[in-house]
Design a protein around this ligand. Structure first.
Ligand code: ATP
Length: 369
C-alpha cells in the first residue's frame, strides 16, 4: 500500500477526535473522507501533513513512518476551503512560491517558471497570470490554490472541503477539473468532504466516518448499494430507512416492520458483517429510485414473494427537475419515492390520497441497527 494509516488515535484532552483509524490508499488513487461535521476528517489530514501528532498509531508513506519527518519533508500538499493566496503576489508568483522559496528548494528559477506555465495551462488560467488574487473570481482563486499545491509535485495531495465556499454550479465544474487533473498527473488524493454526492461523484473509494471512527470503506457503488450500518444507509443517498426486527433467518431473512407487517427477502439483502439473529433490530432501506408508488385503498399486506408493499398517505410532492419526489407517511414509517417528472401534476392532484409503495424483494437492503 502506498499510504497507510495504522490504528491512528488522536485525543485533544477529553475529546477523542480519531479512534483506531486504519485504512490504506493506493498510488494514484482518489480517496474521499466523508462524514458529518466533527467526525475527524480534518484531523486525519493534519496528522498526515504533520501539523498535529497522533496520540497513538502511525502513518506510513511508501513504507516510511512519517513521524520521522517534519511537515515540509513529508511531500504532502494541502488545499483548504479558504484558499490562503498571497494577496500582493500575482497568480504566477503564487504558484511559483513553493518552488523557489520552499524549504526543499528543488527547482531552479527557470525550471520553476516552466512548471508554472504548464500548471497555468492545466487550470486554464494562463491569460490571467499577471492578476492579483483580488482580481479573480472565487472559483479562479481556488484553482490557483490547487495549482500552487501541485507545483512542488506532492506525493499526496490533501484537499479539505476545497469547494464548499463556492456556488453549486461552480462546485460541479471544479470537481470535474480536479478529477481530470488527478487522472492526468496520476496524483494520489485524499479529499475531505461532508457532501455525499460530491464524494460519490469524484472518488475511487470512499471512507465513511462518524465520531472519530471509520464505519465503511468501499467504492462509491458499494457504500451506496450495500451500506454497512444504519448510519451509512441514512447518510448516503436518498431512501426510506425503516425500523425493523429480525423474525427468522435461514435461506431467507424474515423481518417485521413497526406496522407489524412481516416480509421475507433473500439472505444477500443483508449488508452487515456478521449474520443477523432473530430478535435483533435492523434498518430496512428502500432506495427512493427502486420503489414504485400506486394509488390504493389497501392497508399493509400487499406483499408477495417477489415484492414488498407498504401502505401510506401521500403527504408531499417535490419537483426536482429531472424527477419528482413523493413523501409518504404510513404505519411502517416515512417513505420516499421518486417518480418521472412528467407525472408531477398527477401526483400533486393526489396529495392526501392513500398509496402503496412497492419494492422488489431483491432491491431491499437490510442493515445493522
Ligand atoms: P468539519 O467537517 O466540521 O471540519 P471534521 O470531520 O473535519 O469536521 P475535525 O476537525 O477533525 O472534524 O474534529 C474532530 C473532533 O476533534 C471534533 O469534535 C473537534 O471539536 C475536535 N477538535 C479538533 N481540533 C481540536 C483542538 N485543537 N482541540 C480540541 N478539540 C479539537
Amino acid at each position: 500500500m502506498y499510504l497507510s494509516f495504522e490504528q491512528l488515535t488522536k485525543r485533544y484532552g477529553e475529546v477523542t477526535a480519531l479512534q483506531d483509524v486504519t485504512f490504506g490508499v493506493e498510488r494514484s488513487e482518489f480517496v474521499s473522507l466523508l462524514g458529518p461535521s466533527g467526525c475527524g476528517k480534518t484531523t486525519t489530514l493534519l496528522l498526515l501533513a504533520g501539523f498535529e501528532q497522533p496520540t497513538s498509531g502511525r502513518i506510513l508513506l511508501e513504507g516510511r513512518d512519517l513521524s520521522e519527518l517534519p511537515p515540509e519533508k513529508r511531500g504532502v500538499g494541502m488545499v483548504f476551503q479558504h484558499y490562503a493566496l498571497f494577496p500582493h503576489m500575482t497568480v504566477a508568483e503564487n504558484i511559483a512560491f513553493g518552488l523557489v522559496h520552499g524549504v526543499t528548494k528543488r527547482f531552479s528559477r527557470s525550471e520553476a517558471m516552466s512548471r508554472v506555465d504548464r500548471l497555468l495551462d492545466m487550470i486554464d488560467l494562463a491569460p490571467l497570470r499577471k492578476r492579483k488574487p483580488a482580481e479573480l473570481s472565487a472559483g479562479q482563486q481556488q484553482r490557483v490554490a490547487i495549482a500552487r499545491s501541485l507545483a512542488p509535485e506532492p506525493r499526496v495531495l490533501c484537499l479539505d472541503e476545497p469547494l464548499s465556499a463556492l456556488d453549486a454550479l461552480l462546485r460541479e465544474r471544479l470537481r470535474l477539473e480536479i478529477r481530470r487533473l488527478q487522472r492526468e498527473l496520476g496524483l494520489t488524493v485524499l479529499y475531505v468532504t461532508h457532501d455525499q454526492e460530491e464524494a460519490l461523484a469524484i472518488s475511487d473509494r470512499v471512507v465513511v466516518m462518524n465520531q472519530g471512527k471509520i464505519l465503511q470503506i468501499g467504492t462509491p457503488w458499494e457504500v451506496y448499494d450495500r451500506p454497512a450500518t444504519r448510519f451509512v444507509a441514512g447518510f448516503i443517498g436518498k431512501g426510506s430507512l425503516l425500523d425493523g426486527e429480525v423474525v427468522a433467518t435461514g435461506g431467507q431473512i424474515v423481518f417485521k416492520v413497526t406496522s407489524g407487517a412481516k416480509m421475507a427477502v433473500p439472505a444477500d439483502c443483508w449488508c452487515g458483517a456478521s449474520p443477523p439473529r432473530a430478535g435483533h433490530r435492523l434498518g430496512v432501506l428502500l432506495r427512493s429510485e427502486r420503489v414504485r408508488v400506486t394509488l390504493s385503498n389497501d392497508e399493509d399486506g400487499r406483499s408477495d414473494s417477489s415484492r414488498l408493499g407498504l401502505s401510506g398517505r401521500l403527504e408531499e410532492v417535490e419537483f426536482l427537475g429531472a424527477q419528482c419526489r413523493l413523501q409518504i407517511s404510513g404505519p411502517a414509517g416515512n417513505l420516499v419515492a421518486t417518480a418521472p417528472a412528467a407525472e408531477i401534476g398527477a401526483w400533486q392532484a393526489r396529495l392526501g390520497s392513500k398509496v402503496t409503495v412497492f419494492c422488489r424483494v431483491d432491491d431491499v437492503r437490510l442493515v445493522p441497527w
